[in-house]
Design a protein. Structure first.
Length: 317
């Protein structure tokens, strides 16, 4: 047990020794030992005593808060790494040629993973073989353009057009009844986009955690430039894992782990979100998948830290 999701309305959480205890309507409903925990995800309206937060932080347990619609609120961390030199090097290299070189590697890595997934399409849905092959060739051409890119802006153009090519095929994997024809973010307008947005967001904050723990500054990126309030370095890292999310979401719907009945539409915003019944199904699926992703994230962040300290180091894990 590394992660626990707490998503029960009006539940109250207290401490009892080295455990946290759950109460509902004044009655004790469960006990959870703190020792095995690495992260606690709290969703919605939960009553948690400060003593619980203190105990979790003291034991280096990350506590992340989401609204009832799984919109991220914030995270509380335990002890952070105190590697000042690493951050100084990060700041220096975010403003010189190193940033463009790293940005190229992030974009090329993302497109390479898109190509790898598209190569699987003929076995997944043979009718899309020609579409997939055409997209693959176009994406290969995009990779060739990366080598000659002279600015971050030109890379953004390459990455944006590559994204459109990739999703033009990826979207066709799903039945038309899901209403998923393209990537929509704010808000997501169908169940597939809702799941993609949710998983990208959760993976983003997994990346923030690993970045914080190793001692890097999550707000200072290389491809994603500084923007107030944004963890730009986490955005950089997640680019390399988006196809993992896409494959995970596809498998969820393919295996009928979730259906359209598990989603609701907010009539005021037009956004589509997981209902509580859907969240209950989603949490164990995400946790099982995320265990391997966390390992890969950790190794990627460590490799980046080595690269920042020594430009001759490899970014690959």
């Amino acid at each position: 047990m590394g992660t626990v999701f707490i998503d029960q309305k009006e539940i109250k959480i207290q401490t009892d020794g080295n455990s946290i205890v759950f109460y509902s309507k004044g009655k004790k409903t469960g006990t959870l030992p703190i020792a095995p925990l690495k992260r606690v995800v709290i969703v919605g309206n939960v009553n948690i005593e400060t003593s619980v937060i203190h105990k979790l932080v003291k034991n280096d347990v990350t506590v992340t808060f989401f609204t009832g619609r799984l919109k991220y609120i914030g995270t509380i961390y335990g002890q952070m790494h105190n590697n000042g030199l690493l951050r100084v090097k990060q700041y220096e290299k975010s403003t010189n040629e190193f940033a463009l070189n790293m940005a190229k590697e992030f974009v090329e890595g993302k497109i390479s993973f898109q190509i790898a997934f598209l190569k699987e399409i003929p076995n997944i849905k043979p009718i899309l073989s020609m579409d997939a092959q055409q997209a693959i060739q176009n994406l290969i051409n995009k990779i060739d353009l990366i080598k000659d890119a002279t600015s971050i802006d030109s890379l953004r153009g390459i990455e944006g057009s590559s994204q459109a090519l990739y999703f033009s095929v990826y979207s066709k994997l799903y039945p038309e009844s899901y209403g998923f024809t393209k990537r929509t973010k704010r808000p997501p307008t169908d169940p597939v986009n809702a799941m993609l947005s949710l998983c990208y967001t959760m993976l983003h904050y997994e990346a923030v955690r690993e970045i914080q723990l190793i001692g890097l500054d999550p707000t200072i990126g290389f491809y994603h430039q500084f923007e107030y309030g944004r963890e730009s370095l986490a955005c950089d890292i997640v680019e390399l894992f988006r196809v993992d999310v896409d494959r995970f979401v596809y498998e969820i719907f393919k295996q009928n782990e979730l259906s359209k009945r598990d989603f609701m539409k907010d009539e005021s915003s037009g956004g589509v979100y997981l209902k509580k019944s859907g969240r209950k199904k989603f949490y164990p699926l995400y946790e099982k998948w995320a265990q391997e992703e966390r390992h890969k994230l950790r190794e990627t962040v460590r490799a980046l830290a080595r690269r920042i300290l020594d430009e001759k180091a490899s970014l690959s894990c």
